[in-house]
Design a protein around this ligand. Structure first.
Ligand SMILES: [Zn+2]
Length: 138
C-alpha cells in the first residue's frame, strides 16, 4: 500500500497506480546492465508519450517500506518506476491511462529484450523533446 500511496502523495494528478510482475519488464529489472536512470529508453514514440522516463530502484524485499521512501525521494518526477528484480509500478490520471501505460512499458521492455545485443536506433533527444512538447508527458 505504501508503494501506491507514495505516488499519490508525491505526483500531482495521480488517480491510479498499477503494479505488475510482468515478464519482460521484470526481465529488464534483473539485467546487470540496465541503466538505472533510464531503464526503459525511448525506443518508440508511444513509450515517451504514455510512460516517460523510468528509474530503476534498488532491490528491497517485498513489503519493505523503503520502496515507498525511494518513490517519495523522486519527488513526483517519474510516472513509472521499475523495482529491481521485481517489476514495474506505473501511474496514470485514471485506471485506464495507468493500464495503457503499463502495457506500453511492458511492450517496450519486450522490444528491448528482443533487440538485446543488436545495434539499436533509439529516438534522438530532439525526437523525445518534440514528443514531450506536443504530448506533454515527462
Ligand atoms: Zn510486487
Amino acid at each position: 500500500m505504501f508503494l501506491h500511496r507514495a505516488f499519490y502523495e508525491t505526483r500531482e494528478g495521480t488517480g491510479a497506480v498499477v503494479h505488475l510482475h510482468s515478464t519482460f519488464a521484470t526481465a529488464l529489472s534483473c539485467l546487470a546492465d540496465t541503466d538505472p536512470d533510464d531503464c526503459i529508453p525511448p525506443l518508440t514514440p508511444y513509450v515517451v508519450m504514455r510512460v516517460g522516463a523510468v528509474k530503476l530502484l534498488p532491490y528491497v524485499k517485498p513489503g519493505d517500506t523503503r520502496m515507498g521512501e525511494m518513490i517519495c525521494d523522486l519527488g513526483g518526477r517519474c510516472a513509472a518506476v521499475l523495482l529491481a528484480n521485481h517489476g514495474p509500478v506505473v501511474t496514470g490520471t485514471d485506471i485506464a491511462s495507468a493500464v495503457y501505460a503499463a502495457e506500453e512499458l511492458e511492450e517496450t521492455a519486450k522490444l528491448l529484450v528482443l533487440l538485446r545485443g543488436a545495434p539499436r536506433r533509439m529516438l534522438s533527444p530532439e525526437n523525445v523533446a518534440e514528443l514531450k512538447a506536443v504530448f506533454g508527458r515527462a
